[in-house]
Design a protein. Sequence first.
Length: 289
Amino acid sequence: MTGNSQFIPVQAPADTSITIGELLQNAAAIVDRIDARWLLQSILNTDAAYLIAHADRSPDVDQINRFRQLLARRAAGEPVAYLTGAKGFYDLVFEVTPDVLIPRPETELLVEMALAKIPADRECNVLDLGTGSGVIAVTIAKHRPEACVMAVDLSARAIAVARRNAEKHAVKNVVFIKADWFSHFTAEKFDVIVANPPYVAEGDPHLEEGDLRFEPIAALTAGRNGQDCLRSIITQTPDYLVPSGWLMLEHGYDQAAVCHELLGETGFTRLFTRTDLAGIDRVTGGQYG
Ligand code: GLN
């Protein structure tokens, strides 16, 4: 101790003495424990291991205040992904904003199915319809550097998010276009077309629950029975596929049958449906001609 130790503040302001462990403990009273961890990780710009290893450290006042604000918003229902601005999908982490749907794990199945049809060693033209945050297009482009991926969305704000995601992952083989489904294209032909379109019925009670309340409604609903976009995509696709090209669609739990019917009527063969990890019919597709 030096002679002037009396000038050193001995007591830190109350808020700065609270530890990571205590903050998480208190947070568990109002939000899910894992959600609280995600929020604190994002504020401290760290990972779960750090929170455990340094449970006795105290964040600074600004970080504590920001954490408390996010906790209050989470307690009011806002999705964790919108509060942290990030969501993991497949093997990458993507930026998300309230302008785009939050990537769902079941959509990874669509990516897997598409990757199975896209050769790794030669050029292949791929189109992603209704790209949103760009997760499908960017993940495919990243895993298939030889592929040429185009992605469209009606929302300029979504396109901006998608472009940032391509940049974040240094993906150069994807182009984003603001357009209404195929409206931008004339003579273009694709080898593989994928889409996770809006497929929820207007007025579906689930829209009033959980994260869906905060997501862009235009990315979720498609007419009275949720089939409008699936129908529109399936019937227009033949003009934009090469002979033997594939179309693959994510859809709702009860829409595999209608997709099969529409694909069959439109001239698709080798129809398939795959279930997601919850055992629900989730992706249907077929080959044209
Ligand atoms: N799977 C989403 C849901 O939770 C809907 C996504 C979509 O419409 N494409 O309802």
